[in-house]
Design a protein around this ligand. Structure first.
Ligand SMILES: CSC[C@H]1O[C@H](OP(=O)(O)O)[C@H](O)[C@@H]1O
Ligand SMILES: Nc1ncnc2[nH]cnc12
Length: 292
């Protein structure tokens, strides 16, 4: 499946508590298999305000994939294959700051990766590439997402924050929560880092809408986070995320002046002439234009 099929332009990756996107018209479901394995679940493609949108449940529609074993490379590859250029990824996060309250939205601008041993690159064999990642979320798409999140009047939103991605699947200890706060982290989750890295490698713009579900476990006199707490806060507030995404699809298309689509252009270290045909085939969709 190397050629790009141009079925959709916007990708939505739904996290904990966002397993579908009602209201899509003219829907097709794609059960794809990629050179990097099978995505978390079917990808549902449909119309939203005249835009073709591809929705994928990050953990699967039945929340069957743990953060540590998410098929992130297959997910990103599948969206790229379907023609997606911009990805809005939605995540439940714990708050490490008093002013980021449960039920509120954060559009993070920075990322710290504490995961261990997860696949975070497509280019681990056959081709070596080192991409810039100083701005882990697409600054241009972030601005558009911020405008959409800001348009949702019944929820408070925050226009920046550092997302700490931990390995999980356990939540943090109180000692870890203290360290994470002292290090300057704002919100905590288990999924954003590999996804943002692989999206950048695939030339996709990506921005995250993080819904604060809890105060992790750092606050005195407050129950530490539980999965049930996360699910309940998501259930009560996920409508705000859907509204923001609806607004986004109604907004004029942004010109891709950010450079995300060509992030690979100056990143490749390998001599492409020495690549095997197998490696070329596997990486063609992602790196083809740079391998002449
Ligand atoms: C269900 S609590 C922990 C779980 O929720 C977050 O998932 P996502 O980022 O997909 O919304 C967190 O990262 C953990 O995977
Ligand atoms: N406190 C927390 N830690 C890690 N991931 C989370 N997802 C939602 N809340 C979280």
């Amino acid at each position: 499946m190397a050629t790009n099929s141009v079925e959709a332009e916007i990708g939505i990756i739904g996290g904990s508590g966002l397993y579908d996107f009602p209201g899509l018209g003219n829907v097709s479901e794609f059960r794809l298999s990629t050179p990097f394995g099978n995505p978390s679940d079917v990808v549902t493609v449909g119309d939203l305000n005249g835009r073709r949108v591809a929705f994928l449940a990050r953990h699967g529609r039945h929340h069957q994939h743990s953060p540590s074993s998410l098929p992130v490379a297959a997910n990103i590859y599948a969206l790229k294959y379907l023609g997606v250029r911009e990805v809005i990824s939605v995540s439940a996060v714990g708050s490490l700051r008093e002013h980021l309250r449960p039920g509120e939205l954060v559009v993070p601008d920075q990322l710290v990766d504490f995961t261990r041993g997860r696949r975070s690159t497509f280019f681990d064999r056959g081709l070596v590439a080192h991409l810039p990642f100083a701005e882990p979320f697409c600054p241009r798409l972030r601005e558009q997402v911020l405008a959409s999140v800001g348009s949702v009047t019944d929820v408070t939103s925050h226009d920046s924050g550092t997302y700490l991605c931990i390995e999980g699947p356990q939540f943090s200890t109180r000692a870890e929560a203290g360290v994470n706060r002292a290090l300057g982290m704002d919100v905590i989750g288990m999924t954003a880092a590999p996804e943002a890295k692989l999206a950048r490698e695939a030339g996709l713009c990506l921005a995250t809408i993080a819904l604060v579900t809890d105060y992790d476990c750092w606050r005195e006199n407050e129950e530490p986070v539980t999965a049930a707490m996360v699910a309940e806060v998501m259930r009560r507030n996920v409508a705000a995320v859907r509204k923001a995404i609806l607004h986004f699809t109604r907004s004029p298309r942004g010109e891709r002046t950010c450079g995300c689509q060509d992030a690979l252009a100056h990143a490749i270290m390998s001599n492409a002439a020495s690549m095997s045909d197998g490696d070329r085939d596997r990486l063609d969709l992602l790196a083809g234009p740079y391998l002449s």
